[in-house]
Ligand binder design. Structure first.
Ligand code: CTP
Length: 414
C-alpha cells in the first residue's frame, strides 16, 4: 500500500475541478498525504478554502509569494512529493507541459520535478480530438508521463464524447498503482501499458456486483457485493487489449475506460445480457448473483395490513453453470468465484466440479476479512491442477495478475 506517500495535486481550471475535492478524500482514506497547487483558473471552479479544509494544509497558488518561513518554493514543493498529479489536466496545461512553459507555480513545479507525473485530462471533446492536443499527449506519454482517462460521456457543455475526467475513485486507484510501481512493489508479472498487450483479438465477458431482486416496486433483496473485484478484472482485461464486456449489477463504481458496460438489476437480466454478448473466449463470473428471487413480485407496493406478507422464493438460474455447460461455442476459459465464510478450499473445490467451470477464484468473505467493499482481497486459484494461494493484494493487482494468467493459458492452447 501507499501508506504515508505524498502526492502534490495540481488543480487546473476545468469544470471537473470539483471532482478533485473528492479525489483528495479518496487519497486521504488511503493514507496518502496531499498537498495542493491551485492555478488561477482552477480557483474559478473550487475555492482555496475548500481545498485547505480537505487537505488540512495551505493551498499553494502564487509562484513568488513565500510570505511565511514554513512555506515551500516550487522546487521544494515538487521534490517533496512522491508523485505529481494534475487533475483536471486542461488542454492548456497539457500544451504547456509539452512545451516546457513555466509561467506560474503549477507549470514551474512540473518542470522542476524529478518525480513521476500522472495527468487526468479533462476537456471538451473537440479540444481533446484536436491535432495539437493529440500530438501533445503522444509526446508526453513517450516521455513517460502517466495518463488516466479521459472517459466517454455527457459533458458539462452539453456535448457527448471523449473528454470527461476519470472518476476520483479510478484516479485514486491509478495513483496507488503508480506509487507502488515507483516503489518496485508490483510483482514482475504485472504488465504496464508500455509493454505489449497480451489479449488483443480476444473477447471477454465479466459479470460483477450484486443483483437486486424485486419484492415490489420499492423493495428488493440484494447482498453486500461492491463490484470492485469484477470491475478491476474487466479493466485489466481491457488494458491487455481484450474486447471486454462488463455486465454489472447495481454498484456505485465508475465504468472502467475502454470497457463496454451493460447495467442490469436482476439475475434474470444478467443471464439475458450474457446470452446477448456470447460467444466469447473468456467468461469470468465475479458477480454475487442472488440465489433466490421472489416468485411473484407485487406490481404495487405491498401495504401493511396487520398480517406479515408471505414471500415465496424461487431459485435463480445459475449463470456460471449455464455458461460452463454450453455445448456449442463454449468459451475457452470459464472462471467462477467462490465467496465463502467457512471451509474455503473444500467448498471452492466442490463448486469447481458442481459448476463445471475451469478455474475458481476463491475468497473468504467473512465480515472480519472486510473483503466486501475493501480495496484488497486474498485469492486462492482452484483448478483441476490444484490450489494456488496468492498473497493479499489490491483488487486492481489481482485483476492484472489474473489477466496475465488467462493470456498465458490461451497462448498454451494454440
Ligand atoms: N453464480 C452465478 N449464478 C448464480 C449464482 C452464482 O453465476 N445464480 C456464480 C457466481 O458469479 C460465482 C459462482 O457462481 O462465480 C459461485 O457463487 P457463490 O455465491 O460463491 O456460490 P453459489 O453458487 O451461490 O452457492 P452457495 O450460495 O451455496 O455458496
Amino acid at each position: 500500500m501507499s501508506n504515508g506517500k505524498k502526492v502534490l495535486l495540481i488543480i487546473s481550471g476545468g469544470i471537473s475541478a470539483y471532482k478533485s475535492l473528492e479525489l483528495i478524500r479518496e487519497l486521504k482514506v488511503r493514507n496518502i498525504k496531499v498537498r495542493c497547487i491551485l492555478t488561477t483558473a482552477g480557483s474559478q471552479f473550487v475555492t482555496p478554502l475548500s481545498v485547505e479544509a480537505l487537505t488540512g494544509d495551505k493551498v499553494y497558488q502564487d509562484l513568488f509569494s513565500l510570505t511565511e518561513t514554513n512555506e515551500m518554493g516550487h522546487i521544494e514543493l515538487s521534490r517533496d512529493a512522491d508523485l505529481i498529479v494534475v487533475a483536471p489536466a486542461t488542454a492548456n496545461i497539457i500544451a504547456k507541459m509539452r512545451a516546457g512553459i513555466a509561467d506560474d507555480l503549477a507549470t514551474t513545479a512540473l518542470i522542476a520535478t524529478d518525480k513521476s507525473v500522472l495527468i487526468a485530462p479533462s476537456m471538451n471533446v473537440k479540444m481533446w480530438e484536436h491535432a495539437s492536443t493529440q500530438s501533445n499527449m503522444m509526446e508526453l506519454q513517450q516521455r513517460g508521463i502517466n495518463v488516466i482517462g479521459p472517459e466517454t460521456g455527457d459533458m458539462a457543455c452539453g456535448e457527448y464524447g471523449v473528454g470527461r475526467m476519470s472518476e476520483p475513485l479510478s484516479i485514486a486507484q491509478k495513483i496507488n498503482e503508480v506509487l507502488l510501481e515507483n516503489k518496485g512493489m508490483l510483482q514482475n508479472q504485472i504488465i504496464t501499458k508500455t509493454k505489449p498487450m497480451k489479449l488483443v483479438g480476444r473477447k471477454a465477458i465479466v459479470t460483477s456486483g450484486p443483483t437486486k431482486e424485486a419484492i415490489d416496486p420499492v423493495r428488493y433483496l440484494t447482498n453486500h457485493s461492491s463490484g470492485r473485484q469484477g470491475y478491476a478484472i474487466a479493466k485489466a482485461l481491457s488494458e491487455q487489449g481484450a474486447e471486454t464486456i462488463l455486465i454489472s449489477g447495481p454498484t456505485q463504481l465508475p465504468s472502467p475506460s475502454g470497457v463496454t458496460v451493460k447495467h442490469v438489476n436482476s439475475a434474470l437480466e444478467m443471464l439475458a445480457a450474457c446470452k446477448e454478448f456470447l460467444p466469447a473466449d473468456i467468461v469470468i463470473c465475479a458477480a454475487a448473483v442472488a440465489d433466490w428471487r421472489i416468485a411473484n413480485p407485487n406490481i404495487n407496493k405491498i401495504k401493511k395490513n396487520g398480517e406479515l406478507p408471505v414471500l415465496e422464493l424461487i431459485e435463480n438460474p445459475d449463470i456460471l453453470l449455464q455458461i460452463s455447460q454450453l455445448t456449442k461455442n463454449r468459451p475457452y476459459l470459464v472462471i467462477g468465484f467462490a465467496a465463502e465464510t467457512q471451509d474455503l478450499i473444500k467448498n471452492a473445490q466442490a463448486k469447481l466440479s458442481k459448476k463445471g467451470c475451469d478455474w475458481i477464484m476463491a475468497n473468504d468473505v467473512s465480515p472480519e476479512t472486510g473483503t466486501f467493499g475493501s480495496e484488497k482481497n486474498t485469492i486462492h486459484i482452484i483448478s483441476k491442477d490444484g490450489v494456488e494461494a496468492w498473497p493479499t493484494l489490491t483488487k486492481e493487482i489481482i485483476g492484472q495478475k489474473i489477466s496475465i494468467r488467462i493470456a498465458e493459458f490461451l497462448d498454451g492452447l494454440s
